[in-house]
Design a protein around this ligand. Sequence first.
Ligand code: HEC
Length: 220
Amino acid sequence: MKAAKHVAAIAAGAMISVALASTVSAGDYKADPKTFATNYEHITIAPEWTGEDKLQLKLPKNFRRWVFIGAPLTPHGLNGGRANFPEFHNVYVQPEAFQHYRDHGVWPEGTIMFKELQLVDSHGMPGEQADGSRFEPSGRGYFPGKVNGADAAVKDSTRFPESKNWGYFNFGHHEEPYMAVAEAKPIAACAACHIANADEDMVYMKLYRPLVTPLKRTDN
Ligand code: HEC
């Protein structure tokens, strides 16, 4: 009897760890429809809204555990010494949104593109070059340093129909901690440029396509 209970406990433990693993791995991610947010059919890690009009976005928790899809870089050294965003732009998306995009080619309602800025680590380091690059054993380049701010874009056709279904948020352009809540930005400040220039559904997909595409020689 005691042994049987023990076996049952191990089995339960195994099930829990499988369930936990499935919330963070994106490879063959299978979302559980029972846990979808009521207002987002395909998302469990849903955007959290607050404020009187429910248009303010809470800083998503644990976004560094989401799927990382790319890191565009526009350093000072290549922008006349004064880039607006000289950091790596590390972009993360919820695992379920990632899987949904792979399966259907569209970002589902509730998708959060989370962009965390990460400074180039060069200032005052020995060997720093005039363009902000420096050397590592791998060669001369731009290397990641301190994090320095966070932006988000959220797909929600109910809240943001006038900016092609996406709302834009800034949680501060500085080191952590970031703001806990951010207001939706005016269209002119953010969405307008995405409307004019992004290549697919308001997102600069060509920059993320390589990491969103399944590997060629395996089944994921
Ligand atoms: C002048 C054009 C322009 C403006 C204005 C702009 N963006 Fe972007 N945004 C881009 C470009 C280009 C990329 C992709 C390349 C990069 O990150 O450098 C991007 C990428 C992003 C991403 C990653 C997902 C994606 O769509 O590629 C987020 C999130 C984002 N921007 C949020 C914002 C927010 C929030 C604002 C306003 C505070 C804003 N953007 C204003 C041009 C713009």
